[in-house]
Design a protein around this ligand. Sequence first.
Ligand code: UDX
Length: 438
Amino acid sequence: MAVKICVVGLGYLGSTHAVSMANLGHDVIGIDLDSAKVNLLNAGRVSFYEPGLESSLQESLSRGLVRFQTSFKMAETPDVVFVCVGTPESASHKSADTSHVFSAGESLTNVISRDTVVVGKSTVPVGTAALLRERMSAVAGLPVHLAWNPEFLREGTALEDSLNPDRIVIGSWDDYSSQKLKEVYKPILDRGTPLVEVDVPTAELVKVAANAFLATKVSFINAMAEVAEVSGADAVELAKAIGYDDRIGNKFLRNGIGFGGGCLPKDIRGFVARAEELGVGEAVSFLRDVDAINQRRRAWVVTLAEQELGELKDRKILMLGLSFKPETDDMRDSPALDIALRLARAGAKVTVHDPVALHALGDKHPELIGEQDLSAAAMDQELVILGTEWSEYKSIDPASFGDLVANKLIIDGRNVLDVASWQAAGWRLIALGRNVHN
Ligand code: UDX
């Protein structure tokens, strides 16, 4: 049965969630204070690159299942409100800024009824939900039903992850709220998707714990890469060997220039800050090392460039890829962008290429030279760095590509290039964590 749903906050998470809810047949209103975003969504367009999302949005709009607005006023009281606003890293570069969650909660107190269930989806420090429930109930003058339902979608496969999740986690204080959420997710649960019902603090923690674990896994293999580089070992083969142990698993063990994006980096920092507030900072202090290992990989690529080219001033370097991973134009905390900027700061003439993210660069970084055409970008370069593993780069022909550059020197920051064929074409290839350079 269709549930009347409201989604507050139409960023990555919110717009994907609104479209997913409509996709399940619910009646959805999306709210965001940014009128440009709202107008775009009502016109069937999404402001970021996410495969499949725009066509699904257009289908939901044409079926009249979703609409977007800037106002919190609704003709009918929603049954369920999902809070999907952002929780960015605060100015102090540590804790998560939850101000948008509380302001959304306050605006909602005017439009919800005793029967509405407010559901937090944003990634928040543990304890936020309890405070939010207390404040909303005080302002609304009635006990607000609040639940927490973390989202695990990955950019690039967001809609698919949202509609076919590994699991659904529901944290609630009362049976009414969890029943309502089970009604919302009925089509997904009926397919046998695991449901984990927990208390609210656990639901809040699940998300940061999952992201902290993933970040740790990536930094673990990058730490092994550091050791491999000085000991003659090969971190790619090592990952393969340990990954066959199904207690370890082979996913998230790709060494390279590390993790970025809008979640992993900020979530581990926010987690450390919250644990310190709670007096258990030591329990997660290892996450500082996880962060430091991740940053070190970026610095290492700059060191490698210096080792290969000497003084970087005026040297011509091409960065292949700008987004923090393929299939997205998101450059938040992107390792590729960060390295490009570090090289530019060191005086290098850095050209950047990306199949989709270049437009998002805008005029934010005039020190970088954007080039949409791959051949033109390669022209006369003295060093090429592969920073994002777009499939387009994996299929580059090293022979003809080599004819364009001034110096056949490449650093594979993601370990995706076929070493033998690049070497056969006369390239000096440096693969992170591997002692393969010729
Ligand atoms: C992540 C979580 O995966 C998702 O569950 C959560 O909801 C949001 O945060 P996302 O930020 O989209 O999703 O990116 P993800 O696919 O997790 O990749 C994160 C970063 O790790 C990327 O920069 C990627 O390049 C890097 N990474 C990933 C590696 O360097 N090596 C790996 O083996 C895997």
